[in-house]
Design a protein around this ligand. Structure first.
Ligand SMILES: C[S@@+](CC[C@H](N)C(=O)[O-])C[C@H]1O[C@@H](n2cnc3c(N)ncnc32)[C@H](O)[C@@H]1O
Length: 243
């Protein structure tokens, strides 16, 4: 029987990748946290309401349900091949009124083409996308980001690097819900080959590493901003209580 319709509280027991909008995209008990941390990172990096943002692989709007109300009408764009994730998020989290008022735009393809909206982006976020991609798809994605970012735009993306002493397991194509790992050196080379500059940042992620990419190296966080990012830890147990 499908678990798609069960209450979100019950869905917390499901394994990542399961058939529920809070579980398909990762550990269901992290649904709120993984949205909050993306929203906080992007606004710390300078995202404001007049910017145009692409949420690449937006899934069930974990970040989108915070970004859509924040951005000016028409400024949120999402690409997500699994349309049901967006449908369920609109029905159970975002609401039709918000869609009518803020006019987010969605495409449902898996080609990595970010140009079909016909607009360049100030920000792109791709959370837990390249952690499921072989080098072939990362090359395709980063090249698309380079072409579809404004000259001073930035992309925030995540990778998984192997632990010290372990070999990378880069996989091929799309790997899901399992993950792939890429060495820091291979990631840096893929970013360079796409015509981008990139830096990993110390923004907390429970399982992955955030990188910031831009055509413009002066848009990458400098030492002061890196310190700010390092200090902002949303997981402080003193402030987080779970039911
Ligand atoms: C781990 S989830 C992350 C979702 C979202 N970024 C978040 O943080 O909640 C990975 C998402 O990538 C989507 N996906 C799969 N293939 C894709 C492709 N070729 N292009 C864009 N998204 C894709 C999946 O359907 C899934 O929603």
């Amino acid at each position: 029987m499908s678990t798609r319709q069960i209450p979100s509280q019950e869905a917390r027991a499901l394994a990542p990748g399961s058939d529920h909008y809070t579980a398909y995209v990762g550990p269901p008990q992290d649904y709120d946290f993984m949205g909050a941390t993306q929203f906080r990172l992007l606004t710390t990096l300078g995202l404001r309401d007049h910017h145009r943002l692409l949420d690449f692989g937006c899934g069930s709007l974990r970040a989108g349900r915070l970004l859509i109300p924040y951005l000016n009408p028409g400024n949120y764009y999402g690409i997500e091949p699994n349309r049901w994730l967006i449908d369920d998020a609109i029905e159970r989290e975002v609401g039709a009124d918000q869609i009518r008022i803020k006019r987010p735009q969605f495409l449902h393809h898996d080609t990595f083409n970010c140009g079909a909206f016909g607009v360049p982006f100030d920000y792109i976020v791709a959370q837990s996308i390249f952690s499921h991609c072989g080098a072939d798809l990362i090359a395709r994605g980063t090249k698309q980001f380079a072409v579809n970012l404004k000259p001073h735009g930035i992309a925030a993306v995540t990778f998984i690097h192997p632990d010290t002493g372990q070999d990378p397991e880069p996989g091929q194509g799309w790997v899901y819900p399992e993950v792939v790992t890429h060495s820091v050196e291979d990631v840096a080379e893929l970013i360079r080959a796409a015509g981008l500059h990139g830096i990993s940042i110390p923004w907390h992620h429970p399982r992955q590493t955030w990188w910031i990419l831009s055509q413009d190296p002066s848009r990458l966080p400098g030492p002061d901003q890196l310190n700010l990012l390092r200090g902002a830890d949303l997981t402080d147990p003193a402030t987080v209580e779970r039911p």
